[in-house]
Design a protein around this ligand. Structure first.
Ligand code: PEP
Ligand code: MN
Length: 369
């Protein structure tokens, strides 16, 4: 299977603090899934002023999975969003999915826009939206695509960057997985973490609402995001969730959002305590030494694989020996579990090692010498 080897993008984004001055950490974006009425919007926004919310969200054009669901009220809601901005001083953000939406959003002076998960997965739409933003200085929040494809997410960010957008924020909203029980969209935390490594300086926001799909789970997901150093949260909040026209189960009311916010544990990103710093330093140097050893062991192991490959080649034996692989898997997971390592981790690790071993033997097998 092709696994693209991604290298860091050469881009320079504006810092989050350069355009969202008033935000306390974490940056809090809240508001309903959908704009339903001027009253619903204002009532929600006024309550949200009692929280740390600095950006008010509401969907106007809703990309629903099935037709005949509530698809948003469209352009009239821009007026309501503008009212929220004027009455409360909150910044406002909404979703755009095509250049027509961008045109409307700019006409109404909406502060920011987000790209939904379904749109991120569509390069044609993204290219068109990006072109419509050329020369416009507006922050763009890019949700991850529905499928766990980091290239698609990156590609969307690149298309906006290439069109001159310098204020880009990535939003992790989980990934669709058939049959998932706990989450509506499974969080695969390693993807946003990898994205942050690949795109230097990109702010990372988590949307726990669309990950959870259930209001009872929103807090847990939010806390995980904070522990992973996310810069902020986008949480669906409705003045009366039970009667919401979309995403009822996952929306909090403003009181519940306040409670969530007050109970979030925000850990320090930087180590300031001297004792903690020196203890961390010592533990890390031990880890560095162990990692050196690991690399040494792996190098030695792969060298043996090469010798085995040569033997197999000279004697016309297939590379994959299912019995041997079965034995390795059973023996090593058994030993590892006894040492307190998790079965899941052991299988992942052994599979990766075994695959590399096969790759090396393939090379030997196919070389002309
Ligand atoms: C939303 O934020 O309401 C939404 C539709 O999100 P997503 O694109 O992540 O599904
Ligand atoms: Mn929603």
């Amino acid at each position: 299977r092709k696994r693209s080897c991604l290298s860091r993008m050469k881009i320079k984004l504006d810092r989050l603090s350069s355009y969202i001055h008033d935000s306390v950490k974490p940056l809090l974006i809240a508001g309903p899934c959908s704009a339903e009425s001027n009253e619903q919007m204002l009532a929600t926004a006024i309550e949200l002023k009692k929280t740390n919310t600095s950006i008010f969200r509401a969907g106007i054009w809703k990309p629903r999975t099935r037709p005949n669901s509530f698809e948003g009220v469209g352009t009239p809601a821009l007026e309501w969003l503008k009212n929220v901005k004027e009455e409360t001083g909150l910044k406002v953000i909404t979703e755009v999915a095509k250049p027509k939406h961008v045109e409307q959003v700019l006409k109404y002076n909406i502060d920011m826009l987000w790209i939904g998960a379904r749109t991120t997965g569509n390069p044609f739409a993204i290219q068109d939206i990006a072109e419509s933003l050329r020369g416009v200085d507006i922050p763009v929040f890019v949700k991850n695509p529905l499928n766990a494809d980091i290239d698609l997410w990156l590609g969307t960010i690149e298309r906006f960057y290439n069109a001159g957008v310098k204020k880009i924020v990535a939003v992790h909203r989980g990934f669709f997985a058939y049959g998932s029980k706990k989450y509506r969209n499974v969080p695969q935390w390693q993807l946003p973490v990898e994205l942050k490594r690949l795109v230097p300086g990109i702010p990372l926001i988590c949307d726990p609402s669309h990950i959870a799909g259930d209001k009872m789970l929103v807090k847990e997901v939010s806390q995980t995001a904070m522990d992973l150093n996310f810069d902020g949260l986008m949480i669906e909040t409705h003045i009366d969730p039970k009667n919401a026209l979309s995403d009822q189960q996952q929306q909090l009311n403003p009181m519940e959002l306040k409670e969530l916010q007050d109970n979030l544990i925000i850990r320090n990103r930087d180590v300031t305590d001297k004792e903690v710093a020196s203890s961390l330093k010592e533990l890390r140097s031990q880890i560095d030494r162990l990692d050196d050893k690991l690399i040494d062991v792996l190098r030695e192991r792969m060298h043996l694989a090469q010798l085995i490959g040569l033997d197999k080649k000279n004697n016309d034996i297939t590379i994959l020996q299912p019995e041997r692989w079965k034995y390795i898997l059973q023996d090593r997971t058994g030993k590892g579990i006894k040492e307190g390592l998790s079965n899941e981790f052991l299988i992942l690790l052994l599979r990766a090692i075994h695959q590399e071993s096969i790759n090396i033997q393939m090379k030997v097998m196919n070389s002309k010498e």
